[in-house]
Design a protein around this ligand. Sequence first.
Ligand SMILES: [Zn+2]
Length: 130
Amino acid sequence: MYQRLTNIQSDYQNKIIATTVRTKPRWVALEDLNVKGMMKNRHLAKAISYQSFYNFKIKLIVKCQQLGIPVHLTNRFEPTSKVCHQCGYKKVDLKLQDRVYECKSCDYTEDRDINAALNIRDTENFELAY
Ligand SMILES: [Zn+2]
């Protein structure tokens, strides 16, 4: 049973990676999440370990390296969720349960994860993975 779940997960990761590299991106950006810290949060631990972020990250980096696609690892302390992608305003009181980012400064409204993803894509505060 576990082997089967592991295979399904691995297959899913491979498909996401293949779909990503097929778009021939100029770079791929990943947030260097503090997985160890997140594992200490009992609400997040199960979901995170099941998704095996680490395996995914390594597979993605290896594939990108094979194809010559740069991989940007965003600094762990970059406030990617708190910063407005449109104007740069930093929302210091953003909470984990706030699923929509609403900027007080410019009225930009976007799904929290999309806003963060755009910041991760565009930040210059990163290290190259290889
Ligand atoms: Zn804004």
